[in-house]
Design a protein around this ligand. Structure first.
Ligand code: PLP
Length: 391
């Protein structure tokens, strides 16, 4: 039996995987057991900001692994504190809690919100249509699509979704009993959909009027992916809580929820905790990653090469409006929505050794590592356009 047959035998079949067995990875490339080199345009689903095998990340692993891999959160650890300081400074927040994953970070942020809102009799937490916030019960309660929710009911009471980017619906539904509105600045799984500036402004105005919490899910958009450290910075919006994961661990499992100082009293000793969250090795790789993103000026690269990617996709869309509906996104998070299912295009691109991702079945989601250069984007675009024309 080969690896693929053994996987089919052993695993719940929850993942649609590429027909590709991996050997190793380097920079923007994955190398297959078939000896071929594959150009990766979705970087571990927005995890590998610096690509694979980055020397700064590897050095951080080596240094930390010689000290210790795990100790419990009963101890003070310099590596955790340094990571926290760097992340809080970069994001512009004052307090955080470290988790293992995005869904756990969202779960923690929702728990914080609930405890904060209880004395004020606030109960309703809204997500938005098309949202994705994770697969645990809190996260799933404000996730929109039936695909993820069907059969898992009932969800948390006091949760629901409002129509995306609909200011009227927002105005009609939020009031003094609203506890929180949770949003992705650019919806990822939902098809790479940025919130509008008008919607961001309405969120800020209505928060001021009604006093609810604004919670930004920056799990996919954070750490420079959109050309700013947080995507909300594009909108001059300052949420009360920011939820992060994916790239903040530099390739190891790490999540966080970050808050303004005013919320610090809500989570006191013993109220929330985790065994692995804030793992020292993950903090070390996360610290190295954030430092490199900031000091290596990779957000400048995202802005220039991301702009080039965006313009190139838009040109393709203009020339082939019979095949492309829309191009949208910011920096290195771009979505190209096709008129037809994109599965075949992705399979064909694999034959050309280019790895593309599809979300919402018709949206080709571009999430290159922040270190991707124009030449890499050109090579990927060539395979993309060739196979687009064959659809
Ligand atoms: N929120 C967003 C916007 C995501 O993209 C994801 C994962 O794709 C999650 C939450 C869940 O994160 P995790 O898979 O780390 O639990």
């Amino acid at each position: 039996m080969n690896i693929i047959e053994r996987e089919h035998r052993d695993f719940f079949q929850t993942y649609k995987r590429f027909n590709l067995i991996l050997d190793r990875a380097e920079g923007v490339y994955l190398f297959g057991a078939d000896g071929k080199r594959y150009l990766d345009m979705f970087s571990g689903l927005a995890v590998n900001a610096l690509g694979y095998n980055h020397p700064a990340v590897n050095a951080a692993i080596e240094k930390q692994m010689k000290r210790y891999l795990h100790v419990s959160n009963s101890f003070f650890q310099d590596v955790q504190i340094e990571f926290a300081e760097e992340l809080l400074r970069a994001a512009g927040y004052e307090r955080l809690f470290l988790t293992n994953s995005g869904t756990e970070a969202m779960e923690g942020a929702l728990k914080l919100a609930k405890r904060w809102g209880r004395p004020q009799n606030r109960s309703m937490i809204f997500g938005l249509s098309n949202s994705f916030h994770g697969r645990s019960y809190g996260s799933l309660s404000i996730t929109w699509r039936d695909k993820y929710r069907d059969g898992f009911e009932p969800f948390l009471p006091g949760t629901g979704c409002l129509p995306f980017n609909d200011v009227d619906a927002l105005e009609k539904n939020v009031n003094g009993s609203t506890l929180a509105v949770v949003f992705e600045p650019i919806q990822g799984e939902g098809g790479v959909r940025p919130i509008s500036q008008e919607y961001a402004d309405a969120l800020a105005t209505l928060r001021k009027k009604h006093g609810f919490l604004l919670i930004a899910d920056e799990i996919q958009t954070g750490v420079g992916r959109t050309g700013k450290f947080l995507a909300v910075e594009h909108y001059s919006l300052k949420p009360d809580l920011v939820v992060m994961a994916k790239a903040i661990g530099g390739g190891l499992p790490l999540g966080a929820f970050l808050a303004k100082e005013g919320l610090a009293e809500t989570l006191k000793q013993g109220i929330h905790g985790t065994t692995f969250g804030g793992n020292p090795l993950a903090c070390a790789t996360g610290l190295a990653t954030i430092r490199e993103v900031l000091n290596g000026c990779w957000m400048t690269n995202v802005n220039s090469v991301g702009g080039y990617l965006r313009d190139s996709l838009q040109n393709l869309a203009d020339q082939h409006s019979d095949k492309v509906v829309d191009v949208r996104g910011l920096g290195f998070m771009q979505g190209c929505e096709l008129r037809v299912d994109a599965t075949k295009l992705v399979e064909q691109a694999l034959e050309d050794c280019v790895l593309l991702n599809v979300t919402n079945s018709k949206v080709v989601r571009w999430l290159p590592p922040l270190v991707a250069e124009k030449g890499h984007i050109d090579a990927a675009l060539e395979a993309f356009s060739k196979n687009l024309l064959q659809l």
